[in-house]
Design a protein around this ligand. Sequence first.
Ligand SMILES: NC(=O)c1ccc[n+]([C@@H]2O[C@H](COP(=O)([O-])OP(=O)(O)OC[C@H]3O[C@@H](n4cnc5c(N)ncnc54)[C@H](OP(=O)(O)O)[C@@H]3O)[C@@H](O)[C@H]2O)c1
Length: 249
Amino acid sequence: MAEIDIRKTIVLTGASRGIGHATVKRFSREGWRVITCSRQAFAEDCPWPAGPEDHIKVDLADQEDVGIAVSEIRHRLEAHGGQLHALVNNAGISPKLKDGGRMNSIETPMHVWRDVFQVNFFAPIMLARGLFKELAAAKGSIVNVTSIAGTRVHPFAGTAYATSKAALGSLTREMAHDFGPHGIRVNAIAPGEIDTAILSPGTDKIVETIPLRRLGATSEVADIIFFLCSQQASYVTGSEIHINGGQHV
Ligand SMILES: NC(=O)c1ccc[n+]([C@@H]2O[C@H](COP(=O)([O-])OP(=O)(O)OC[C@H]3O[C@@H](n4cnc5c(N)ncnc54)[C@H](OP(=O)(O)O)[C@@H]3O)[C@@H](O)[C@H]2O)c1
């Protein structure tokens, strides 16, 4: 009979860079099994325990590919008694104009709008619903990564991005309501200006007005994601935590 792996398991999208990369390191350090999902193959230069075996190459912009990934994840979770302790919907895209400028609500092409919603909003729904049984079996939790741009106009983040994040924030409340009776907690984190590749030139100007006067580190975001997935947050659901050095005030 195959042995059952007793480590806690997280499925994390967009693990190859930035916030996702810091999150995989945080959970890995705590002894969790981390199943990572992104378009790129596993990066050999950043090994964590069982990384390559637990990486799934998926394009979240492609609905069919997401469906295939869900089946593959469920198959891999069988080694854990079919339990999933956390799903973190972190992958996100934020298209800009060629010169790096903001894509506004008058000119953003519809195909860009659809791609952004597929990756930032529909993929999280598909993953959460597809992995519902495994999350319920573990009394697990979901963390959706939204953005400060979901609640205010941002100088660089485009309209499609902002509205997709607002929708994801709303979805977090809806899912907290619907998934709660099944023992699954659903929360969101809304980062401000975090030091990653997604940032635009000119962010240094924004930082001058943030109360804490600095960019956030990816590890500071990963710490809050970890907290929300831990027992210490066992009565927290339906919340959206700002991680922005006070930018929202
Ligand atoms: N950095 C910030 O200041 C900030 C602020 C507010 C919110 N956020 C949010 O935080 C999350 C992470 O941001 P980040 O700055 O760490 O971003 P990032 O450095 O650009 O990384 C994005 C991740 O998403 C993955 N990804 C993108 N498109 C994908 C697709 N179609 N299918 C599968 N994976 C895809 C990428 O992996 P591959 O390229 O391998 O596919 C990558 O791992 C995003 O949701 C972002 O909106 C960030």
